[in-house]
Design a protein around this ligand. Structure first.
Ligand SMILES: [Zn+2]
Length: 236
C-alpha cells in the first residue's frame, strides 16, 4: 500500500504531495504502478488518472524541466522538476535514494545513488528549482533506500565519497564491514543549502515492502512520485 511521505502547503498556497509505492502497488520498472485511494493517480494514463513523467535513469546529473503533464517521459535524465500543478514526476529505485524537493510552487524529484550523488544530481536539481521559483527549495524528503546496515562499500570508493561529502558518510554494516551512509551524504548537501530535510529512514534491503537490488539482484523497482495540487479555495 503506497505511503504518503509528505503533504505540505507551499509558500505559494499550493499543496505538494510525495508518495512512495511499495511492492504491492506494482512494478515501476515497466511503469505499471497504481497509487490508489480517493485521489487516485496512476501511471497508466487512462480514465481520470494523471499522466506521469518517467525518466530513463542513467546515474547521471541531467535534470529535465517538465512543462506538460507526462512531458519528457523517457528522457535520459535522473531528475525532473516542474512548476505545473497536477503533473506527477516519478523516479524508480530499488536501493538508490529517491529525493523530493519542494519549492515555493514547484516540485522536483531526483534518483540519487552513489554515482548520481558524485555526479552532482542533487545540486543540479536544486539549481533547476531555483530557476523555476526564483528561490531555493523550502523542504526536501529522502525516501526509502538501502541503509548502511546492508550497504557494504569498497574502501577506495568510500574514501572518495568521504572526501566529497564528509566523514559522516562512513558507516558499518550490521556485520561490521565498511558501509556507505547515503542519507548522511544527502542530508549534508541539503544542510549546506539550508534546506530542511525529512529522512524516511527505511532500508529497502531490510524491509520486505520494497524491492532491493543488493538483496536479490531484482530488475523490479518502486517509485517515488511528487506533484502539486491547487489548494481548496473555500466553501462551495
Ligand atoms: Zn538494511
Amino acid at each position: 500500500m503506497a505511503r504518503e511521505l509528505i503533504r505540505r502547503s507551499l509558500p505559494s498556497g499550493r499543496i505538494a504531495r510525495v508518495v512512495m509505492s511499495e511492492i504491492t502497488d506494482g512494478d515501476a520498472a515497466g511503469g505499471d504502478v497504481t497509487i490508489g485511494g480517493p485521489d487516485d493517480v496512476s501511471a497508466t494514463g487512462r480514465g481520470r488518472e494523471r499522466l506521469w513523467t518517467w525518466l530513463h535513469q542513467v546515474h547521471g546529473d541531467v535534470v529535465v524541466v517538465v512543462d506538460a503533464a507526462g512531458g519528457h517521459s523517457g528522457s535520459r535524465a535522473d531528475a525532473a522538476v516542474t512548476a505545473l500543478v497536477d503533473a506527477p514526476l516519478a523516479v524508480r529505485v530499488a536501493d538508490c535514494v529517491p529525493v523530493a524537493l519542494l519549492g515555493d510552487r514547484s516540485v522536483g524529484v531526483a534518483h540519487a545513488g552513489w554515482r548520481g550523488l558524485r555526479a552532482g544530481v542533487v545540486e543540479r536539481t536544486i539549481e533547476a528549482m531555483e530557476g523555476l521559483d526564483g528561490a531555493p527549495p523550502v523542504a526536501a524528503v529522502v525516501g526509502p533506500h538501502i541503509g548502511p546496515c546492508c550497504y557494504e562499500f569498497g574502501d577506495a570508493d568510500l574514501d572518495d565519497l568521504a572526501d566529497r561529502f564528509g566523514p559522516a558518510v562512513r558507516s558499518t554494516t550490521t556485520e561490521g564491514r565498511p558501509a556507505l551512509d547515503l542519507s548522511h551524504a544527502i542530508s549534508g548537501l541539503l544542510a549546506t543549502a539550508d534546506i530542511p530535510v525529512t529522512v524516511d529512514g527505511v532500508c529497502t534491503s531490510c524491509d520486505d515492502r520494497y524491492w532491493s537490488y543488493r538483496a536479490t539482484a531484482t530488475a523490479r523497482r518502486q517509485a517515488m512520485v511528487a506533484w502539486t495540487e491547487e489548494a481548496c479555495t473555500g466553501e462551495a
